[in-house]
Design a protein around this ligand. Structure first.
Ligand code: GTP
Ligand code: MG
Length: 173
């Protein structure tokens, strides 16, 4: 039985990381509010959103930490990861640089999270078909080599967005 004051059983912290411009904030906006904006502003520091989802019989409130990809806004990076049980590691399938930088993000995740922290790798912007530079097998191979599951999404076309967050949360519980 739940407390009458909260509508969830567990509160978990999930951090969203990846290069600037890969679509982290729009994935969070899509997942939590079913919104998308083409003139999304760069995140400075971190923004917060929550969404409660049902996993089996439990209500899990995911507190999402939507962090800045831009290096100069990441002075507090270690604090962003503190207490996190899940990380969504996002790159943009049309941007090879964001794919190459995944190794850097992984080393940061490794340095600042507990070993049991679940990491899901996400290839976003699959709606931009003609502009794709990283193939699905390439993404999947990198993910699996590094012990992560892999999902491809479009925040714009609302493809696989719910699945990616719920897969991550289910992996935790
Ligand atoms: P920082 O806050 O700087 O770290 O960037 P971010 O990763 O939060 O990127 P953001 O969500 O602000 O999106 C950057 C740009 O990509 C915006 O113009 C979005 O509209 C666009 N965008 C995000 N997701 C998608 C997508 O799935 N498809 C397309 N075509 N554009 C997207
Ligand atoms: Mg952002």
């Amino acid at each position: 039985t739940r407390s009458p004051f909260v509508d969830y059983d567990y509160l978990i912290k999930v951090v969203v990381v990846g290069d600037s411009g890969v679509g982290k904030s729009q994935l969070v906006a899509r997942f939590t509010r079913n919104e998308f904006s083409t003139n999304s502003r760069q995140t400075i520091g971190v923004e917060f959103a929550t969404k409660t989802i049902q996993v089996d019989s439990r209500m899990i409130c995911a507190q999402l930490w939507d962090t800045a990809g831009e290096e100069r806004y990441r002075a507090l990076a270690s604090a962003y990861y503190r207490g996190a049980v899940g990380v969504l590691l996002v790159y943009d399938v049309t941007n090879p640089k964001s794919f190459q930088n995944l190794a850097h993000w992984l080393s940061e995740i490794k340095a600042f999270t507990i070993p049991t922290c679940q990491v899901l790798m996400v290839g976003n912007k699959i709606d931009l078909k003609g502009m794709r530079k990283i193939s699905e097998p390439q993404g999947k191979t990198f993910a699996n080599t590094n012990g992560m599951d892999y999902v491809e999404t479009s925040a714009l076309e609302c493809l696989n967005v719910d699945i990616s967050f719920t897969t991550l949360v289910r992996g935790i519980y």
